[in-house]
Design a protein around this ligand. Sequence first.
Ligand code: GLP
Length: 260
Amino acid sequence: MEVIIGAPDELARLAAGAIEKLLRRCPDAVLGLATGSSPLAVYDELVRLHVADGLSFARARAFNLDEYVGLPADHPQRYSNVIEHAFTGRVDFAAGAVHGPDGLAQDLVAACAAYEDAIAAAGGVDLQIVGIGTDGHVAFNEPGSSLASRTRIKTLTEQTRADNARFFSGDIDQVPHLCLTQGLATVMAARHIVLVATGRAKADAVHQLVEGPVSAMWPATILQLHPHVTVLVDNGAASRLQLADYFRSTYAAKPVWQGL
Ligand code: GLP
C-alpha cells in the first residue's frame, strides 16, 4: 500500500495520470469507476486530458462500483446517471462500454450475478478508482460486510444515508435503503486500486484503512491484503495517520521513474 499525501489538485493529477499511462499503453483497458465527491476532480482532469491532449477512451470499457435500488431511470442521483454526467458522457466512450449494476432489474439477485459475469468476460478491472465512506465503506460495502463478498444487495447504514442526503436535497427520507454493490472480493480482484479521500471527515476511516487491523468493521481495511493499492489523501484525510511523516518522506524520495 502506497500512501501519498498531497493537495487535492495534485492527487487528482496523480490518479488521472495513472489512468492516462494505462490507456496510452493499453487503449482497451477496463476501468473501475466510483461515485461520490472524492473522484470528481480526477474525472475533471481526465476530461481535460481528453480535450487538451487527445486522451481517448474510445476502446476502453468501464464498470461502476454500485447503484441504488429503485431510483427511476432518469433520476439524477442514479449512479449510472451520476457517472455519465460527471465523466463518461464528457469523453468518447463507445455506446454500451460503460456498465453498472442494474438497480431496476426485476430479479436483483440475477442482475448481481450477471454483473460479476460481465466484469469477468471483460477480463477483469485493470484500474479501479475508489472512495471511502466515513464509516470505512468501499463501494457500498458497509461495516459487517463479508470480506469475501461479491456483487449483491446491501442495506445502507443510517450514517451513509445521512452522509448522502446532501445529494437528495438534504432529505434522508429520499435516500434509498437498498443498493447493489460490487463485493469486497470483486473490488479486490482489480489489478490496481487507487483510493482517493479528502477532508477531515475521512481521517478516522483513512487511519483504519492504512493502520488499523483488517476487520469487517472497517471494510476498506481489506485493501491491506491487495498487492497494488495507491492511497491518495489530502492533509485533512491524513490527519490521523501515525505514519504521516514516513509517508511524506517516502514520497519525497521516490524515484520519478517509478510511477504509481
Ligand atoms: C458513496 C459511494 C462510495 C463513496 C462514498 C464516499 O457512499 N457509494 O463509493 O466512496 O459515497 O463519497 P464522498 O467521496 O462523496 O465522500
